[in-house]
Design a protein around this ligand. Structure first.
Ligand code: AMP
Length: 121
């Protein structure tokens, strides 16, 4: 899958669409999910053009990967979910039900997140 520069998170990064920003550094932006599924629901994205975790792990620089990893933990602390726990989700590709083709981790918490995934019917 080639990176689509017109995906909605690329537009947020370019400032073409607003977001409720919770964190930013040279490599990372985090903002509130527009349809929160828990009391805390924040999306963390790298600023580089990576469609998913596979592309990010294979193509990003060590500095980008370190910054992204550290930012996720720092944001979880700042959101005050680190102590009681939270769920990190990176939906990836079609089977992973990824809707926006720019890597994002969902940080979900502030209340119990329930079982990881429903069993198949
Ligand atoms: P995923 O299914 O993992 O690709 O998740 C995409 C997420 O992006 C969903 O939880 C949406 O609610 C969220 N989303 C879509 N558009 C926006 C937006 N403009 N601002 C914030 N979150 C958004």
């Amino acid at each position: 899958m080639a990176y689509d520069p017109n995906n909605i998170f690329a537009k947020i990064l370019r400032g073409e669409i607003p977001c409720v920003k919770v964190y930013e550094d040279d490599h990372v932006l985090a903002f509130k999910d527009i349809q929160p599924k828990r009391n805390v629901h924040v999306l963390v994205i790298p600023k580089g053009p990576y469609e998913d975790m596979t592309a990010f792990a294979e193509k990003a620089t060590d500095a980008e990967i370190a910054a992204y990893t550290r930012a996720v933990a720092k944001i979880a602390r700042e959101l005050k979910v680190a102590e009681k726990g939270y769920r990190l989700i990176a939906n990836t590709g079609a089977d992973g039900h990824q809707e926006v083709p720019h890597l994002h981790f969902h940080i979900l918490g502030g209340e119990p997140c329930g079982p990881m995934i429903k069993a198949k019917d």
